[in-house]
Unconditional design. Structure first.
Length: 384
């Protein structure tokens, strides 16, 4: 037996090498995966949306009358007390006439003067007739009715003369050159309250209509934020919920709280053309952040995260490790000594990074992140 083995030793060695190579070639390799750790730490769940800052109390000063606005010399950022003159308004100046209108008014004025001359002549004649009628009536040779008719003619002709003079005055006023002080007394526009000029809406002089906005007044030190949330998200928010203000321009988030939720929703069309019902949520800043808040102004854009739940020592797992099993339960793959072991877990709160683990995992467990469909329970894995 030993002699046969010795004779065939090289053939046996070659066959063993071939078999070993085939086994090595077809042996399933470990699947490279990304892993994460189940840890304990702070975790929060909130609603994030963009918003704008605004002065808590601001006023829009409008034109009290229709007329000619003088240039507003105040600038945005200026501080003024109540009663300070903002600008003044006068009557609208007359409109320059073109040549055709001037010729038409000149012809109408000449006709009015001619008509007035005729009316003056008729009035004088009617007055002479009235004098003769009164003399005859005093002698008893003229009936009383004819005397009254003569008096009525005098009154009518006198009214016609007055009307003609008024028409001439009207035409002369229309033909008067624009300018001068024909606009009447000025109407002052003053500060209704003490504060700062937030914006000058109409700065240049010109003719404006009654109610046209002129300036916005407010106190930039008293700032609040307004965030419009979807109505189905706004019902989850309560007054007093903490808020973190980010993307406002500073390195650190600003602290605040929900002051109130407006009870009136409004329709808003999103950038994708979707109709949404939005609700304004008013946020007040923490007084401790007053120094940073002073750098903000009216109408500045911010991002606000309203905290709905927070735990400083939550057992958390990266959300990339979670997937649904065929029964719809949350599951993860745990790295068990180089083998992937599927494990069902119970999850509560979730945010963009972590999920709170209630059962199924322990602190320090290594879980597979973003497991593919080819990964199955018991497969060999190797962390990348």
């Amino acid at each position: 037996m030993g002699a046969k083995i010795k004779r065939w030793r090289w053939a046996i060695l070659v066959v063993a090498l071939l078999v070993g190579g085939l086994v090595f070639a077809f042996w399933p390799a470990a699947t490279p995966v990304d892993t994460g750790e189940v840890s304990r730490g702070p975790m929060a769940v909130g609603i994030t949306d963009d918003g704008v800052t605004r002065a808590q109390e601001f006023y829009v000063v409008s034109a009290p009358v229709t007329g000619y606005l003088s240039r507003i010399e105040l600038e945005a950022g200026d501080t003024a007390t109540r009663g300070t003159l903002i600008t003044q308004m006068t009557g609208r100046p007359s409109t320059p006439l073109d040549q055709r209108s001037q010729r038409e008014l000149g012809a109408a004025l000449a006709a009015a003067r001619a008509a007035l001359a005729g009316a003056d002549s008729t009035l004088e004649q009617s007055r002479r007739d009235l004098a003769r009628a009164e003399e005859l009536a005093s002698r008893g040779f003229l009936p009383r009715a004819q005397l009254e008719a003569a008096r009525t003619r005098v009154a009518g002709h006198d009214s016609a003369v007055r009307q003609g003079r008024a028409e001439i005055a009207r035409l002369q006023a229309l033909m008067a050159a624009p300018g001068g002080n024909a606009a009447g007394p000025a109407v002052p526009v003053r500060m209704p309250v003490s504060g700062s000029i937030l914006s000058v809406i109409n700065e240049s002089e010109g003719v404006i209509a009654e109610g046209t906005p002129l300036v916005t007044i407010g106190d930039p030190a008293q700032i609040e934020a307004v965030v419009d949330l979807l109505s189905r998200e706004a019902v989850r928010v309560q007054p007093g919920d903490p808020v973190e203000i980010t993307q406002w321009g500073g390195p650190e988030p600003l602290a605040g709280k929900v002051e109130r939720i407006e009870p009136f929703g409004r329709l808003k069309i999103s950038a994708l053309g979707i109709e949404e019902q939005r609700v304004n949520v008013i946020i007040s800043f923490d007084p401790a952040s007053a120094g940073q808040v002073a750098r903000l102004g009216h109408g500045y854009q911010i991002d606000a995260t309203i905290i709905l739940w927070r735990d400083q020592d939550a057992l958390r797992v990266p959300i990339g490790a979670l997937f649904r099993d065929p029964e719809g339960n949350w599951s993860v793959f745990v790295d068990d000594a180089g083998r992937a072991r599927q494990r069902q877990v119970r999850i509560d709160h979730m945010n963009d990074e972590f999920a709170e683990v209630l059962d199924g995992l322990a602190q320090g467990d290594q879980v597979v992140l973003n497991p593919g469909n080819a990964l199955a329970d018991g497969m060999r894995i190797s962390p990348r």
